[in-house]
Design a binder for this molecule. Structure first.
Ligand code: PEP
Ligand code: MG
Length: 316
């Protein structure tokens, strides 16, 4: 039964033939850590740092306040991996002190890394706070930038990390189709990729993630989105680097198998989804996941892709 499968679901994420796929948690701050630990998360794959900035949207939190919050999260995963995303303001996450108010299309405007590059002091404080927070801890800290569009963006972010003296791996989120198309170029500047499939779907389909009327196009089973995931994962593999997924797509157990088959190297999701994804992934071999992924990509709609993957995995 489902309950028994979940109870048996412990340990690191892996396919039935032992191909490891670390299962990580998406968190918004220290308050989300207990649930992540409880679910057996192998670390944090997406720490959305926006929460720290929401208390007072007229100014950035002090360095001290940031050090304290980051340290609480980093301490919770000794020997584990924690991927911190620097501030992703703008569009669906507006912040008074940072976000322009006169843009006709905020989702296509100065948001994410773009706003940090326009306000380098905000990025500098955040990176310095992270450098202080990780001091003396055995955790593997990785820091990534949201909304990287090209190699110049990736370089600007990596330069800022080095200038702050941050001892960590630097990465880029793949949320814009240009980043997926030119992933190998971006990987000349950073050490890992993380696919933000929520925004990647929004920008691939020109479908605002906040508009319900176009939600059909936000479906992460869309074959065009799967193609961009595959391209990113193949590019990372060719460069000897990792490519995780931290968007909603990773929390769908069947899709998690397909993403694994596409070559994704880790999956990060809300803590509640981890046991389900672990149990489902553990039922299939990597080769089965690869066949399901190929079948999904050969489909012409999200619905057909889901059915095709399901058919392969259930042995029909
Ligand atoms: C994403 O876009 O998929 C993502 C993980 O970031 P957010 O949902 O915070 O924009
Ligand atoms: Mg995003």
């Amino acid at each position: 039964t489902r309950k028994a499968a979940l109870a048996a679901s412990t340990g690191p994420g892996a396919t039935s033939d032992g191909h490891k796929v670390p299962l990580l948690a998406n968190i918004g701050g220290p308050a989300d850590v207990p649930a992540a630990v409880e679910a057996g998360a192998e670390g944090v794959g997406l720490f959305r740092t926006e929460f720290l900035f929401l208390d007072d949207s007229t100014k950035a939190p002090t360095e001290e306040k940031q050090v304290e919050a980051y340290r609480k999260v980093l301490e919770a995963f000794p020997e584990g991996r924690v991927v911190v995303r620097v501030l992703d303001a703008g569009a669906d996450k507006p912040l008074d002190f940072l976000t322009p108010t006169d843009e006709p299309n905020p989702a296509l405007g100065v948001r994410g890394l773009r706003s940090l590059l326009e306000h380098p002091e905000v990025l500098r404080t955040q990176l310095t706070a992270l450098a202080k927070a990780v001091e003396g801890l055995p955790v593997y800290l990785e820091v990534m930038a949201p909304m990287v569009a090209d190699r110049a963006d990736a370089k600007a972010f990596a330069d800022a990390c080095r200038e702050a003296g941050l001892q960590a791996k630097f990465g880029a989120m793949v949320e814009i189709p240009s980043a997926a198309l030119r992933a190998r170029s971006i990987l000349q500047e950073v050490e890992f990729l993380s696919l933000g499939t929520n925004d990647l779907a929004q920008y691939t389909f020109a479908a605002d993630r906040q508009v319900g009327a176009v939600s059909r196009l936000q479906d992460p089973w869309q074959p065009a989105l799967l193609d961009l995931v595959a391209l990113s994962a193949e590019s990372a593999k060719a460069e000897g680097k990792s490519c995780g997924v931290c968007g909603e797509a990773a929390s769908d157990p069947l899709l998690a198998c397909v993403l694994t088959g596409l070559g994704v190297t880790s999956l990060s999701m809300g803590a509640a989804s981890i046991p389900y994804v672990r149990a489902t992934l553990g039922k299939y071999t990597l080769a089965q996941c690869e066949r399901a992924a190929a079948a999904a990509r050969a489909a012409d709609s999200a619905e057909e892709a889901r059915k095709a993957a399901q058919a392969v995995l259930s042995g029909e």
